[in-house]
Structures are given as structure tokens and as C-alpha cells.
Design a protein around this ligand. Structure first.
Ligand code: ADP
Ligand code: MG
Length: 326
């Protein structure tokens, strides 16, 4: 099973940032409202996440570390309308196959916290009592220590850390109601205090910076079952903030080609600029008209009426940019 897990890990665990993504999504699935992440040496050394979510009961700790153990699919009906972010049940098993993983958790209903760790060649899980507040801590140390071929592909600590930061930014933009605290080598590097869900602008400002939010063009438009809310960088911001490009479809971060294309076309036609604009775009659409599970790891979506969605985005952005250019 260990080899199978290591192979599966290749799909889930590409680099430290992919570990972070899986762990944070699990915390959100568990209803956490506060997520703290401690990273050492770009994640090469350690990634530790602590949340205040629902926790894992003692009897399920071992199961949580085994493959295809997901508490998130009860019936086929669930599968068809996947509401939670995770549904494959192999992230933790995959991560533990390529790192030294410790899982400590305390559900509010349980008096004692318990800690599970995988050890030895057979990855036997050992359980011991621990001290921990309500919630979960997952400690992932020495990533790829046992898969040297993969370890070689790790980039510099700085680069890996930037990928981690980007994952956190992306998720933070989709969950303004959750507090995120990010530390690198014991120093707080990002702190996003929870805001109301109706205060998206506050979160966009926290993540993309004061300069961006103060100058960006804000627009909001509805068409039938589609809604778009966006903060669009102006011409001066084109060059400086081209790393700030975030799009979300029904709350999930997506690097979607169609959205990017529609934005580019709008910027090109109104401002005559071919550079990539800075933007934060939220698209809300009837879930029945979009297939998000085309490839969960690649953040791809497929719109049933792709032409319509494209043109709606392009027109909305064009209108916003023109009124600003006037
Ligand atoms: P999946 O998220 O696809 O179900 P994972 O391997 O990511 O699979 O997690 C396995 C299980 O462990 C989850 O289904 C969940 O029950 C539990 N779990 C993982 N992380 C947490 C967490 N932070 N809080 C509560 N439960 C968790
Ligand atoms: Mg998961």
C-alpha cells in the first residue's frame, strides 16, 4: 500500500504548495474560521497547519490517513452535487506517504486530544494522547525525504514559499469570512482578519494591497443566471501587478482560459493594451450550467454556454473600463 500511496502522491503532492492547498481545503471543509499556517524553509523543512474546525474523533484518526477514506461522500447523490471541496479521500494518505506526518485533533465533543503519526516501513499508525484545543493540527515535515527523485525537483525555498503564498492568497480571496495567518520561519508574513462576506472589497485589499484596491475599477453585473463582480486594475497597474490575477467560479479559484481571454479582449479593445491586466474576478453561475469536475487538480471548468459567458464577461469589463477611461 505504501508504494501505491507514493504513486498516488505524485498526483496530489507536486510541491509544498500543493500540500498547503489540500490541508487548507480540508480545514475549510471542517468549518474552520481561523487557519494558521507555519512554514519552515519554503516548506522544504516543515508545513504545519492549525485550524479551529470540527476536528477528527479518535476512532477516525487512523482512517483519515488511509487511502480513499473520505467522510465527505455518503451517497451517489452527494457525488453528483459535490458541495465540499475535497471528495477524493486520498490527500492525507498521499502526503503521509512522502513526508513525516503527524495529525493531532480534538473535536469539541471529546475531552482528550489525540495524536496520530505514521512510522516505520509499513507506515503503521500510532496513537497517543496529546494536548490540543478544539480543532486540528497537521504537521508535515521533511517532504519527499523518502523520494529523492522528487525532492530534486523542489525549487529554491524562496520560490516554493511564493507558491505557498499564492495558494493562501487565492483561497483567502474566496473566503473573506475566514482568518488566515501565515508565518515563514517564525515571522508573520500575511495576516488576513476575517471580514463579513458582504465586505469582499476589504479582503481584496488585504490580499492585493492598498494601492490595488484604491485604484481598481469595481464593477458588478447580472445577466440571467450569471453574476460578475470584479476589481479591475487600471492601465498604470498593468505592469506592476501582473501577478495579481485571480478568478473564481462559484467560489472556487480557477485559472480559466475563457475568463482570461474575455478580460484580455476587453482591455485590448478599450485601453489598447495587450499586457495582462491585474484583476480579481468573481463569477457566479447556476451550478447546473458549469462542470467543475473536468479536472479537479487543474482548476478547469467547462461552461455549457461558453460563448454567452465569454461575451457577458467581455461586455461587462468593457463597460467598466470605458466609463473609467472617459
Ligand atoms: P478528502 O478531503 O478528499 O475527504 P483527505 O485525505 O483530504 O480526503 O482527508 C481525509 C479525511 O480526514 C477527511 O474526509 C476528513 O474527514 C478528515 N480531515 C482531514 N483534515 C481535517 C481537518 N483539518 N479537520 C477535520 N477533519 C479533517
Ligand atoms: Mg481533502
Amino acid at each position: 500500500p505504501r508504494l501505491a500511496n507514493q504513486i498516488a502522491a505524485g498526483e496530489v503532492v507536486e510541491r509544498p504548495a500543493s500540500v498547503v492547498k489540500e490541508l487548507v481545503e480540508n480545514s475549510l471543509d471542517a468549518g474552520a474560521t481561523r487557519i494558521e499556517l507555519d512554514v519552515e524553509r519554503g516548506g522544504h523543512k516543515r508545513i504545519r497547519l492549525r485550524d479551529n474546525g470540527s476536528g477528527i474523533v479518535k476512532d477516525e484518526l487512523e482512517l483519515a490517513l488511509s487511502r480513499h477514506a473520505t467522510s465527505k461522500i455518503a451517497t451517489l447523490d452527494d457525488l453528483e452535487q459535490i458541495l465540499s471541496l475535497g471528495f477524493r479521500g486520498e490527500a492525507l494518505a498521499s502526503i503521509s506517504a512522502v513526508s513525516r506526518l503527524t495529525l493531532t485533533s480534538k473535536p469539541a465533543t471529546q475531552e482528550q486530544a489525540w495524536q496520530a503519526s505514521c512510522e516505520g516501513r509499513d507506515m503503521a499508525v500510532t496513537l497517543q494522547p496529546a494536548a490540543h484545543p478544539d480543532g486540528t493540527t497537521i504537521d508535515v515535515a521533511d517532504i519527499f525525504y523518502n523520494t529523492p527523485a522528487r525532492r530534486k525537483f523542489l525549487r529554491t525555498e524562496k520560490t516554493e514559499y511564493q507558491h505557498i503564498e499564492d495558494v493562501i492568497k487565492r483561497i483567502a480571496l474566496s473566503r473573506p469570512d475566514v482568518t488566515f495567518i501565515l508565518r515563514h520561519n517564525d515571522k508573520v508574513t500575511k495576516r488576513y482578519a476575517a471580514t463579513g462576506t458582504d465586505q469582499l472589497a476589504v479582503r481584496v485589499g488585504q490580499v492585493c494591497g492598498k494601492a490595488f484596491i484604491e485604484q481598481a475599477i469595481h464593477t458588478r453585473c447580472d445577466y440571467e443566471s450569471i453574476q460578475l463582480e470584479a476589481w479591475l486594475g487600471n492601465a498604470e497597474q498593468l505592469r506592476s501587478s501582473n501577478d495579481c490575477q485571480y478568478s473564481f467560479v462559484n467560489g472556487r479559484g480557477m485559472r480559466d482560459k475563457l475568463i482570461l481571454h474575455a478580460l484580455r479582449q476587453a482591455y485590448e479593445s478599450v485601453l489598447a493594451v495587450a499586457e495582462q491586466p491585474a484583476f480579481v474576478v468573481y463569477l457566479t453561475i447556476n451550478p447546473k450550467e458549469v462542470d467543475v469536475n473536468v479536472h479537479p487538480a487543474k482548476h478547469e471548468v467547462r461552461f455549457q454556454q461558453s460563448r454567452l459567458v465569454h461575451d457577458f464577461i467581455c461586455k461587462t469589463v468593457c463597460d467598466a473600463l470605458s466609463s473609467w477611461a472617459d
